[in-house]
Design a protein around this ligand. Structure first.
Ligand code: NAP
Length: 246
């Protein structure tokens, strides 16, 4: 129970990878606030956490709005007094080839995937700096490292997120705050369920370990990064992809 007494915030935790991360952190002893666009999904995750004996809180928040994020963080700080861990997991795709990509498809992906993490980090920074400890984990993607046709917006948002991770790691290390990223490969969630079966099979055949990842594969690495075993790790990107990007 290395997270006993800790308070965590996980975004996009109403389903998929975010839910797995929220449950894993609770399993290691942390109370977890669940933020998601979908308040019902967030409520379901919070219910599952409470069943493990930990405290939870479900908040319907659009992470692309700094005002909404600041309100949510202030509400959590009022109730719980401190926040030790933030996992920026909320993310979307709006895939299209460049010539067909609409301005809104570019803007919305950058707003959620990149600005959302800036918003959360900014909203918790003062309280973490005051307590001289904290851990931020950003969920990036191997697409942010290798690029992908039809995903210029998504790749740019995740590449930007990796750069944000490294910059904040340097900026916040003197105050005892660690900032890292996890870059998943191809993980079985609603996000990848949209991909046509034939293309999915082709993608799986390009994975050396021969299978799609599970949300728990990502949650395990996020848990490690929040643990005392990772106390000397900051500014890193941990790839969890079954060898897809070697
Ligand atoms: P998912 O199943 O689509 O779940 C994403 C969650 O984020 C949903 O609960 C969604 O809420 C929420 N969300 C979306 N926009 C939001 C916003 N503006 N504010 C707050 N919450 C918002 O996706 P996933 O596969 O679990 O992905 C989680 C993260 O991992 C994302 O950052 C994704 O880019 C990254 N990732 C995934 C894969 C993969 O293969 N699945 C690979 C690499 C990286 P709604 O239910 O309201 O939509």
């Amino acid at each position: 129970m290395f997270l006993e007494g800790k308070k965590a915030v996980v975004t996009g935790a109403g389903r998929g990878i975010g839910r797995a991360i929220a449950l894993a952190l609770a399993g290691h002893g942390s109370d977890v606030a669940v933020l998601d666009m979908d308040e019902a999904g967030a409520g379901e995750t919070a219910g599952l956490i409470e069943r493990t004996g930990r405290k939870s809180l479900a908040l319907g928040v659009n992470v692309s709005s700094l005002t909404a994020v600041e309100e949510a963080i202030n509400k959590i700080l009022d109730l719980w007094s401190s926040i030790d861990i933030v996992v920026n997991n909320a993310g979307i795709t709006r895939d299209n080839l460049l010539v067909r990509m609409k301005e809104d498809e570019w803007d919305s992906v950058i707003a959620v995937n990149l600005k959302g993490s800036f918003n959360l980090s900014k909203a918790v920074a003062r309280s973490m700096m005051k307590q001289r400890s904290g851990c931020i984990v950003n969920i990036a993607s191997i697409i942010g490292m290798m690029g992908n046709a039809g995903q210029a917006n998504y790749a740019a948002s995740k590449g930007g997120l990796i750069a944000l991770t490294k910059s904040l790691a340097k900026e916040m290390a003197p105050r005892g705050i660690r900032v890292n990223a996890v870059a998943p490969g191809f993980i079985a969630t609603d996000m990848t369920d949209k991909i046509p079966e034939k293309l999915r099979d082709e993608m799986v055949s390009a994975i050396p370990l021969g299978r799609m990842g599970e949300p728990d594969d990502i949650a395990a690495v996020v848990s490690f990064l929040t643990s005392p075993s990772a106390s000397y790790i900051t500014g890193q990107v941990i790839v969890v992809d079954g060898g897809m990007y070697i």
